[in-house]
Ligand binder design. Structure first.
Ligand code: ADP
Ligand code: MG
Length: 268
């Protein structure tokens, strides 16, 4: 029988910056926690926006995902609670910029995150049901570690003109990772973000992406909503900042859609 206690590890990835990766990691994580899942966000971006957006002060980041990747700490020494019950974070610092060089000579360097997460599973007495890895906007060793550790990739895609082009490039990379590092990697889904109903182009992009990716695209579309962009400066997920806004409601819907998909996968 499958081990159902094992965490579902999702890489939130897209090589483009500013498409909603961090926003999705924070707010999907919060929404999953709100409906009873136990969630860990792993901040793998040197910018540390997920950490800041969840109210983790830079001074509080004594240890970070950098220490985990270079083998100087275990996850359990790095993970911090957030203001959201059931949501923890492994914060990042700028030190992450140095990881590539520091682990360059290790032949197994792509598996640092995978191994550290399985160590966490062994250490943990309260296992996570979801681990969301917030990736940087590039294909460096950090993203590669994330794709090697994940069971599936969750792709935020901004509703804009070049969306499909970027997506094709991403799919090629996923194929490469499957062929080399992680044969089991699947595409969990594509989530369309920053949809603007007043912009005709947004609607066209949605239609094109659905045609190209079929049912991999989530039914839920995240609208462009100013409350979503304000929340991080208050160190809060939008669900804590303004539960009733359209952005919060969309992320709650996305969370329940993901849980339904996961149930269908387990039942299959
Ligand atoms: P990435 O992590 O892919 O670089 P972010 O999640 O940081 O992207 O989002 C980029 C910018 O867009 C941020 O300023 C964020 O607050 C804003 N943003 C993201 N999603 C939304 C949304 N649904 N509505 C309004 N602003 C958004
Ligand atoms: Mg980001």
């Amino acid at each position: 029988m499958a081990d159902l206690s094992k965490a579902r590890i999702l890489a939130v990835a897209n090589q483009k910056g500013g498409v909603g990766k961090t926003t999705t990691a924070i707010n999907l994580g919060t929404a999953l926690a709100a409906i009873g899942e136990k969630v860990l966000i792993v901040d793998l971006d040197p910018q540390g926006n997920a950490s800041t957006g969840l109210g983790i002060d830079r001074k509080a980041r004594k240890r970070s995902t950098y220490d985990v990747l270079v083998g100087e700490a275990r996850f359990r020494q790095v993970i911090l609670p957030t203001a959201v019950p059931g949501l923890d974070i492994a914060p990042s610092t700028m030190d992450l910029l140095g990881v590539e060089v520091e682990i360059a000579s290790d032949k197994q360097r792509a598996y640092r995150l995978r191994d550290a997460l399985s160590q966490l599973q062994q250490d943990g007495d309260d296992p996570y049901s979801y681990v969301l890895v917030d990736c940087p906007p590039s294909f460096n060793i950090l993203t590669i570690n994330s794709l090697a550790a994940a069971q599936a990739i969750l792709v935020p895609l901004q509703c804009e003109f070049f969306a499909l082009e970027g997506l094709s490039q991403l799919l090629r990379t996923v194929d490469q990772v499957r062929a080399t590092l992680n044969p089991a990697l699947t595409i969990q889904g594509v989530v369309l973000t920053m949809f603007d109903a007043r912009n005709n182009l947004s609607g066209q992009v949605v239609a094109d992406v659905r045609q190209f990716m079929g049912d991999k695209v989530f039914d839920t579309i995240i609208p462009r909503n100013v409350r979503v962009s304000e929340a991080p400066s208050h160190g809060k997920p939008v669900l804590l900042y303004d539960l009733n806004c359209s952005g919060s409601q969309a992320y709650l819907k996305l969370a329940s859609e993901i849980i339904q998909r996961e149930r269908a996968l387990k039942a299959a």
